[in-house]
Ligand binder design. Sequence first.
Ligand code: NAG
Ligand code: NAG
Ligand code: NAG
Ligand code: NAG
Length: 399
Amino acid sequence: MGILSRSPVSRKPHETMRLIVTTFVGVVFGFFIGVSFPSLSLTKLNLSSNLLPTIDLSYIKGKESGLRNAWSSINVNNRSSTQAQNLNDTSKIWVPSNPRGAERLPPGVIEAESDLYLRRLWGKPSEDLTRKPQYLVTFTVGYNQRSNIDAAVKKFSENFTILLFHYDGRTTEWDEFEWSKQAIHVSVHKQTKWWYAKRFLHPDIVAPYDYIFMWDEDLGVEHFNAEEYIKLVRKHGLEISQPGLEPNRGLTWQMTKRRGDREVHKETEEKPGWCSDPHLPPCAAFVEIMAPVFSRDAWRCVWHMIQNDLVHGWGLDFALRKCVYPAHEKIGVVDSQWIVHQGVPSLGNQGESQNGKAPWQGVRDRCRKEWTIFQGRMANAEHAYFKAMGIDPSNSTTR
Ligand SMILES: *[C@@H]1O[C@H](CO)[C@@H](O)[C@H](O)[C@H]1NC(C)=O
Ligand SMILES: *[C@@H]1O[C@H](CO)[C@@H](O)[C@H](O)[C@H]1NC(C)=O
Ligand SMILES: *[C@@H]1O[C@H](CO)[C@@H](O)[C@H](O)[C@H]1NC(C)=O
Ligand SMILES: *[C@@H]1O[C@H](CO)[C@@H](O)[C@H](O)[C@H]1NC(C)=O
């Protein structure tokens, strides 16, 4: 066809005609193959796969799905009728128990979950991975905190995948650290830890990891070892945890203060009147959002609770307990592996001045606002649930 269009004048008319006919026959033949192959039996398909190069076969398969897509859009995406037809037509695949939207695929080929393992461009895929880290640690970072992050990363063994979320757009500079070349770098300007987590840490993507650390960039890790931490978390059955915080630094909550005399603690005493129930936050079932560690199962729940628009995560700490049961036994603080919260103003300073207020003030205001909004949504959602179940919401056990 290319030749034909480039120099039509130089050809004799009957030659041109022959070309057109040949092309036409070719196109019809190709279409015929595309249409008829799907209905061929499996043995025939295997036979032809030996004759045809693999690339051609995948082209034909692609064509088939194209036709089917066209067909279903003619049916105005009438899912119920499509489904019914598929149920009756046993030559077509329809597996309702497949992940939503993938019902047409044979279950054996479905990969519903992924990972963050780096692979090679060459060699056998089965030999790509010399090891599969069981744990994931993420830091939300700006380049200015690089030496702190470098120190932190060194506290995590080779059993950890390192994932950095960059809020300042500087990524290549990190390659001055050897570990950076094996790390995953995600760069999006001026977003928060919870924004990144919601977008890039879907439970199905981080499924291979037993534990996920979601840490801020301003943590001092001199007295912390990640492998030891994991051992304690496993030993004490903590689904959601954090390292104890060095107590000398104007802490807000008693619960997250490090205790010198034990491995972990799961409850505390607060100022009089702060805790309506000793098993509820902030006296128990509570960690802060600066350095949480989630088990795989806990994260699958918490991810769903993160709101797309509430990027600061304020109030999440009080709601984490809704993801594990009994919360006061499965949420706790690890005392013997502890950290220092350095409180370096970082992303909090990246706001914009509004109404004569400093940038950090605007961020702080929004944090508070988000907390209120989140509490409201949670309360409404629980109320709606119990009402729908015919239970008097005021009589429910959630508070
Ligand atoms: C979808 O298909 C079902 C069953 O064939 C039919 O009853 C229904 O009216 C269709 N709905 C639409 C929106 O076409
Ligand atoms: C399935 O096919 C049979 C026979 O062709 C037909 O009687 C039946 O109504 C069909 N069922 C559905 C759900 O389409
Ligand atoms: C990494 O994990 C393996 C298997 O759990 C363990 O044997 C090994 O000691 C770990 N590495 C370090 C540095 O702790
Ligand atoms: C709460 O539950 C108790 C026991 O099931 C019941 O006696 C009581 O009437 C309920 N209260 C309200 C307000 O529904």
